[in-house]
Write a protein that binds this ligand. Structure first.
Ligand code: MD3
Ligand code: FE
Length: 210
Protein backbone atom coordinates (compact mmCIF):
# COMPACT_ATOMS: atom_id res chain seq x y z
CA UNK A 1 0.00 0.00 0.00
CA UNK A 2 1.29 3.45 -0.88
CA UNK A 3 -0.27 6.86 -0.30
CA UNK A 4 -1.46 8.34 -3.59
CA UNK A 5 -1.73 11.86 -4.95
CA UNK A 6 -4.98 12.38 -3.14
CA UNK A 7 -3.74 11.64 0.36
CA UNK A 8 -5.69 8.41 0.77
CA UNK A 9 -4.25 4.96 1.17
CA UNK A 10 -4.80 2.98 -2.01
CA UNK A 11 -2.93 0.13 -3.64
CA UNK A 12 -0.52 1.18 -6.41
CA UNK A 13 -1.56 1.06 -10.05
CA UNK A 14 -4.81 2.95 -9.82
CA UNK A 15 -5.89 6.54 -9.21
CA UNK A 16 -8.36 6.63 -6.35
CA UNK A 17 -10.59 9.74 -6.23
CA UNK A 18 -12.72 9.30 -3.08
CA UNK A 19 -15.96 11.25 -3.24
CA UNK A 20 -15.15 12.73 -6.66
CA UNK A 21 -18.76 12.18 -7.82
CA UNK A 22 -20.50 12.61 -4.47
CA UNK A 23 -22.08 15.98 -5.29
CA UNK A 24 -23.74 14.38 -8.34
CA UNK A 25 -24.76 11.16 -6.57
CA UNK A 26 -28.52 11.66 -6.85
CA UNK A 27 -28.35 12.86 -10.46
CA UNK A 28 -26.11 9.93 -11.43
CA UNK A 29 -28.46 7.40 -9.84
CA UNK A 30 -31.41 9.05 -11.61
CA UNK A 31 -29.63 8.98 -14.96
CA UNK A 32 -28.61 5.33 -14.50
CA UNK A 33 -32.19 4.35 -13.68
CA UNK A 34 -33.26 6.29 -16.78
CA UNK A 35 -30.91 4.18 -18.91
CA UNK A 36 -32.29 1.03 -17.27
CA UNK A 37 -35.84 2.11 -18.13
CA UNK A 38 -34.93 1.96 -21.85
CA UNK A 39 -32.38 -0.88 -21.76
CA UNK A 40 -33.40 -3.06 -18.82
CA UNK A 41 -30.92 -4.46 -16.33
CA UNK A 42 -30.50 -8.16 -17.10
CA UNK A 43 -28.42 -11.06 -15.81
CA UNK A 44 -26.03 -12.21 -18.54
CA UNK A 45 -24.51 -15.67 -18.89
CA UNK A 46 -20.85 -16.44 -19.33
CA UNK A 47 -19.72 -18.24 -22.51
CA UNK A 48 -19.43 -21.32 -20.28
CA UNK A 49 -23.14 -21.11 -19.47
CA UNK A 50 -22.98 -19.81 -15.89
CA UNK A 51 -25.28 -16.99 -14.86
CA UNK A 52 -23.48 -13.94 -13.52
CA UNK A 53 -24.64 -12.70 -10.11
CA UNK A 54 -24.67 -9.08 -11.28
CA UNK A 55 -27.40 -7.52 -13.44
CA UNK A 56 -26.13 -5.21 -16.20
CA UNK A 57 -27.03 -2.81 -18.95
CA UNK A 58 -25.17 -0.25 -21.06
CA UNK A 59 -25.33 3.19 -22.59
CA UNK A 60 -23.23 4.79 -25.28
CA UNK A 61 -22.37 3.79 -28.86
CA UNK A 62 -21.37 0.29 -27.78
CA UNK A 63 -22.39 -2.03 -24.96
CA UNK A 64 -20.66 -5.02 -23.39
CA UNK A 65 -22.55 -8.28 -23.73
CA UNK A 66 -21.85 -11.86 -22.70
CA UNK A 67 -23.64 -15.00 -23.81
CA UNK A 68 -22.91 -18.47 -25.20
CA UNK A 69 -21.19 -16.80 -28.20
CA UNK A 70 -18.65 -15.03 -26.00
CA UNK A 71 -17.79 -11.66 -24.52
CA UNK A 72 -17.96 -8.68 -26.90
CA UNK A 73 -19.21 -5.17 -27.55
CA UNK A 74 -22.40 -4.69 -29.57
CA UNK A 75 -23.90 -1.48 -30.97
CA UNK A 76 -27.42 -2.70 -30.24
CA UNK A 77 -29.08 -4.15 -27.16
CA UNK A 78 -29.75 -7.84 -27.93
CA UNK A 79 -32.82 -7.67 -25.68
CA UNK A 80 -34.59 -4.89 -27.62
CA UNK A 81 -32.60 -4.82 -30.90
CA UNK A 82 -32.40 -1.04 -30.37
CA UNK A 83 -29.21 1.01 -30.16
CA UNK A 84 -28.10 1.37 -26.53
CA UNK A 85 -29.40 4.58 -24.91
CA UNK A 86 -27.15 7.60 -25.38
CA UNK A 87 -24.58 8.23 -22.68
CA UNK A 88 -26.03 10.91 -20.38
CA UNK A 89 -24.04 14.15 -20.59
CA UNK A 90 -23.34 14.08 -16.85
CA UNK A 91 -21.76 10.61 -17.19
CA UNK A 92 -19.42 11.75 -19.93
CA UNK A 93 -18.50 15.01 -18.17
CA UNK A 94 -17.60 13.27 -14.91
CA UNK A 95 -15.73 10.39 -16.56
CA UNK A 96 -13.64 12.80 -18.62
CA UNK A 97 -12.92 15.05 -15.63
CA UNK A 98 -11.80 12.05 -13.53
CA UNK A 99 -9.62 10.69 -16.34
CA UNK A 100 -7.99 14.10 -16.82
CA UNK A 101 -7.28 14.36 -13.10
CA UNK A 102 -5.59 10.95 -13.27
CA UNK A 103 -3.41 11.99 -16.21
CA UNK A 104 -5.53 10.71 -19.10
CA UNK A 105 -6.55 13.93 -20.83
CA UNK A 106 -8.57 13.34 -23.99
CA UNK A 107 -10.29 10.16 -22.79
CA UNK A 108 -13.30 9.71 -25.04
CA UNK A 109 -15.36 6.73 -23.81
CA UNK A 110 -17.88 5.21 -26.20
CA UNK A 111 -19.27 2.60 -23.80
CA UNK A 112 -20.60 2.71 -20.26
CA UNK A 113 -21.37 -0.63 -18.61
CA UNK A 114 -23.76 -0.33 -15.67
CA UNK A 115 -23.48 -3.18 -13.16
CA UNK A 116 -26.12 -3.61 -10.45
CA UNK A 117 -25.20 -5.62 -7.33
CA UNK A 118 -27.69 -6.82 -4.75
CA UNK A 119 -26.47 -8.24 -1.42
CA UNK A 120 -24.48 -11.42 -2.08
CA UNK A 121 -23.65 -10.51 -5.68
CA UNK A 122 -19.95 -10.56 -6.58
CA UNK A 123 -17.59 -10.43 -9.52
CA UNK A 124 -14.84 -13.02 -9.68
CA UNK A 125 -11.27 -11.97 -10.51
CA UNK A 126 -11.01 -11.26 -14.23
CA UNK A 127 -9.27 -9.07 -16.80
CA UNK A 128 -11.02 -6.56 -19.08
CA UNK A 129 -9.61 -7.15 -22.55
CA UNK A 130 -12.60 -7.01 -24.88
CA UNK A 131 -11.95 -3.34 -25.72
CA UNK A 132 -10.35 -2.45 -29.06
CA UNK A 133 -8.25 0.32 -27.50
CA UNK A 134 -6.32 -0.93 -24.48
CA UNK A 135 -4.30 2.30 -24.32
CA UNK A 136 -7.39 4.12 -23.03
CA UNK A 137 -8.04 3.93 -19.29
CA UNK A 138 -11.18 2.63 -17.59
CA UNK A 139 -13.05 4.95 -15.22
CA UNK A 140 -15.37 3.52 -12.55
CA UNK A 141 -17.99 5.39 -10.52
CA UNK A 142 -19.51 3.61 -7.49
CA UNK A 143 -23.05 4.43 -6.31
CA UNK A 144 -25.14 3.05 -3.46
CA UNK A 145 -24.02 0.36 -1.02
CA UNK A 146 -20.28 0.08 -0.30
CA UNK A 147 -18.28 -2.81 -1.72
CA UNK A 148 -14.78 -4.22 -1.43
CA UNK A 149 -12.82 -3.96 -4.66
CA UNK A 150 -10.25 -6.70 -5.17
CA UNK A 151 -7.12 -5.42 -6.91
CA UNK A 152 -4.93 -8.17 -8.20
CA UNK A 153 -1.84 -8.19 -10.34
CA UNK A 154 -0.85 -9.27 -13.82
CA UNK A 155 -1.36 -12.94 -12.92
CA UNK A 156 -4.56 -14.54 -11.65
CA UNK A 157 -2.58 -16.08 -8.79
CA UNK A 158 -1.37 -12.68 -7.46
CA UNK A 159 -3.00 -12.08 -4.08
CA UNK A 160 -5.43 -9.16 -4.45
CA UNK A 161 -5.35 -6.03 -2.27
CA UNK A 162 -8.75 -4.96 -0.88
CA UNK A 163 -10.00 -1.40 -1.36
CA UNK A 164 -13.37 -0.34 0.06
CA UNK A 165 -15.42 1.67 -2.46
CA UNK A 166 -18.21 3.98 -1.31
CA UNK A 167 -20.95 5.84 -3.12
CA UNK A 168 -19.43 8.72 -5.07
CA UNK A 169 -15.93 7.21 -5.22
CA UNK A 170 -14.24 7.23 -8.61
CA UNK A 171 -11.29 5.10 -9.69
CA UNK A 172 -9.22 5.36 -12.88
CA UNK A 173 -7.08 2.51 -14.24
CA UNK A 174 -4.77 2.80 -17.18
CA UNK A 175 -1.31 2.27 -18.51
CA UNK A 176 0.68 -0.58 -17.06
CA UNK A 177 -2.16 -1.92 -14.87
CA UNK A 178 -4.92 -1.79 -17.46
CA UNK A 179 -4.89 -5.60 -17.76
CA UNK A 180 -4.57 -6.40 -14.05
CA UNK A 181 -6.95 -8.94 -12.54
CA UNK A 182 -9.72 -7.39 -10.43
CA UNK A 183 -13.08 -8.22 -8.91
CA UNK A 184 -15.69 -7.36 -6.29
CA UNK A 185 -16.16 -9.32 -3.02
CA UNK A 186 -19.73 -10.48 -2.21
CA UNK A 187 -21.81 -7.38 -1.46
CA UNK A 188 -22.75 -7.06 2.23
CA UNK A 189 -26.40 -6.28 2.89
CA UNK A 190 -27.39 -2.79 3.90
CA UNK A 191 -29.52 0.11 2.85
CA UNK A 192 -28.47 3.15 0.90
CA UNK A 193 -31.23 5.78 1.08
CA UNK A 194 -31.34 7.00 -2.55
CA UNK A 195 -30.99 3.53 -4.08
CA UNK A 196 -32.12 0.92 -1.51
CA UNK A 197 -30.29 -2.37 -1.04
CA UNK A 198 -28.08 -2.20 -4.11
CA UNK A 199 -24.81 -0.96 -5.55
CA UNK A 200 -24.47 0.45 -9.05
CA UNK A 201 -21.12 0.64 -10.76
CA UNK A 202 -20.58 2.63 -13.93
CA UNK A 203 -17.49 1.75 -15.98
CA UNK A 204 -16.48 3.95 -18.88
CA UNK A 205 -14.46 2.37 -21.66
CA UNK A 206 -13.14 3.00 -25.13
CA UNK A 207 -14.60 -0.13 -26.69
CA UNK A 208 -14.48 0.55 -30.43
CA UNK A 209 -11.41 1.65 -32.36
CA UNK A 210 -10.55 5.28 -31.59
C1 MD3 B 1 -9.09 -2.50 -13.42
N1 MD3 B 1 -16.57 -4.06 -12.57
O1 MD3 B 1 -17.40 -4.42 -15.08
S1 MD3 B 1 -15.07 -1.57 -11.58
C2 MD3 B 1 -16.26 -4.82 -14.79
O2 MD3 B 1 -17.41 -2.64 -9.51
C3 MD3 B 1 -15.78 -4.68 -13.39
O3 MD3 B 1 -18.62 -3.53 -11.06
C4 MD3 B 1 -16.31 -3.92 -11.15
O4 MD3 B 1 -14.74 -5.14 -13.09
C5 MD3 B 1 -17.53 -3.30 -10.53
O5 MD3 B 1 -15.48 -5.31 -15.61
C6 MD3 B 1 -15.09 -3.16 -10.84
C7 MD3 B 1 -13.44 -1.40 -11.69
C8 MD3 B 1 -12.63 -1.85 -12.83
C9 MD3 B 1 -13.14 -2.01 -14.08
C10 MD3 B 1 -12.30 -2.34 -15.10
C11 MD3 B 1 -10.94 -2.51 -14.90
C12 MD3 B 1 -11.30 -2.00 -12.61
C13 MD3 B 1 -10.45 -2.34 -13.63
C14 MD3 B 1 -10.04 -2.83 -15.93
C15 MD3 B 1 -8.71 -2.95 -15.70
C16 MD3 B 1 -8.24 -2.80 -14.42
FE1 FE C 1 -13.65 -5.67 -14.93
Amino acid sequence: MTPDLFGETAPPGLAYLPGFALAEEAALIGAALGVAAAAPLRVMSTPGGKKMSVAATNCGAAGWVSDARGYRYERRDPLTSLPWPAMPGLFLTLAQAAAAQAGFAGFNPDACLINCYEPGAKMALHQDKDEADLTAPIVSISLGLPAVFLWGGANRSDKPARLPLHSGDVVVWGGATRLNFHGIAPLPSGHHPPLGAARLNLTFRRALRA
